[in-house]
Design a protein around this ligand. Structure first.
Ligand code: SF4
Length: 387
């Protein structure tokens, strides 16, 4: 499996426009408008000028919203902006697209701009659940879009899938995964449907029209963990699978607690020991940039190496290869005895059969992976913090 280099720098751009809102969606997005696009591009240019880093980017990820909503001219404009900020050779450059918003011209624009990895938000290939999720494309369109992406020449393609829709059975999920494998993507991401506040699905949940079923969700997880690796997609993180060499470098960089800078409304950054999040509102994000006023952020915190090391443990445990505490100690220049509490915690997980220690690595067992969110909440601070 590829590894992230500690010196890698990721670039994230948030394109905050969607023509409609999916029932499960809690991401920041707005309806597209001429005024919105103009303001967005003007402010994005300023955002780049203001937050220019001291080194070239190793990975780029354009997410949203739906970046595929941009016209081919706007895609050219966005890619030129990104190039102007310096990219390393061999840069991994991903863009997320929704099946109903792409066409050969847009795909060509992404390719000529330098994009070399396409992530297609298919979500499901089951017509009933496609409707249930409130997606605006149908199964036929999703399959056709995949064909168009391959025909355009993309050699690294991810399919995003959601499971746990109301009424979905294990057989439905198995069928979905089989169809996805038949398409032959290079990478598969599978996310369990969550019921975020302010979404249409949450409203149904609150009214008792649908129910959460953790046991069913656990079966869905287990099936994906077993099935996809048998089909040549190694699992490298709780929700992510890849053919050999196709792991997402951008995400590995983030999970390794290296650095990245996010541009656009609601984008997050971790750079120079600061973690911050831009305002999730175009006007609030754009105004101070355009008027050159002092900048404020929706969230802002200064981090030290102890915070970063703890987060590297948290995200590292979500990965199949797990963590090596000596490596984390060296990377963040933290004395090994600061990890005492962490060692005790991991040994406890081992006793409870939730983790295994092998070859200097701690990694979670199947049962541990199933409970990784709860485990993350329990990870203690490193000792200089607690004591
Ligand atoms: S396309 Fe993506 S960002 Fe837009 S509403 Fe649907 S899930 Fe949310």
């Amino acid at each position: 499996m590829q590894d992230s280099n500690d010196n890698e720098l990721g670039l994230y751009v948030h394109v905050p426009f969607c023509s409609t809102t999916c029932d499960f969606c809690a991401f920041y997005q707005e309806r597209p408008s001429k005024k919105g696009f103009e303001e967005y591009f003007l402010a994005l240019e300023k955002d780049f000028q203001t937050h220019l880093p001291d080194r070239a980017f190793s990975t780029v990820f354009i997410g949203g919203g739906t970046p595929g909503i941009l016209s081919d001219g706007q895609i050219d404009q966005l890619c030129a902006l990104i190039h102007a900020n310096g990219l390393k050779d061999e840069c991994e450059w991903t863009v997320e697209v929704a099946p109903n918003e792409i066409n050969p011209q847009k795909l060509e624009a992404f390719l000529r701009g330098g994009v070399n990895r396409l992530s297609l938000g298919v979500q499901t290939l089951d017509p009933v659940f496609m409707k249930e999720l409130g997606r605006k494309h149908d199964v036929e369109r999703a399959v056709k879009a995949y064909g168009e992406v391959r025909a355009a020449g993309f050699e690294n393609v991810n399919l995003d899938l959601l499971f746990g829709a109301p009424g979905q059975t294990l057989e439905n999920w198995k069928d979905d995964l089989r169809k996805v494998v038949d398409l032959g993507p290079d990478h598969v991401s599978t996310y369990c449907l969550t019921f975020e506040e302010d979404t249409a699905l949450f409203a149904k949940l609150a009214k008792g029209q649908i129910k959460i079923d953790p046991e069913r969700e656990a079966m869905f997880y287990e099936w994906a963990w077993e099935y996809l690796p048998n089909q040549g997609y190694s699992q490298y993180e709780v929700s992510n699978y890849a053919r050999d060499g196709y792991e997402c470098r951008h995400n590995l960089n983030t999970w390794g607690m290296n650095e990245w800078i996010g541009f656009g409304p609601s984008a997050s950054s971790q750079y120079n020991q600061v973690r911050r999040k831009n305002f999730s509102n175009i006007e609030q994000w754009a105004k101070p940039l355009l008027l050159e006023e002092s900048l404020e952020y929706e969230e802002y915190s200064e981090l030290d190496n102890y915070d970063l090391a703890r987060d590297a443990i948290l995200f590292g445990l979500r990965m199949n290869r797990g963590i090596n505490l000596n490596v984390i100690s060296g990377k963040f220049r933290i004395p090994p005895d600061s990890f005492e509490g962490i060692h005790e915690f991991l040994e406890l997980l081992e006793k409870e059969c939730l983790a295994v220690f092998e070859d200097h690595q701690y990694f979670l067992t199947l049962e541990g992976r199933m409970r990784c969110d709860a485990i993350a909440l329990e990870i203690p601070d490193l000792s200089s913090h607690s004591g």
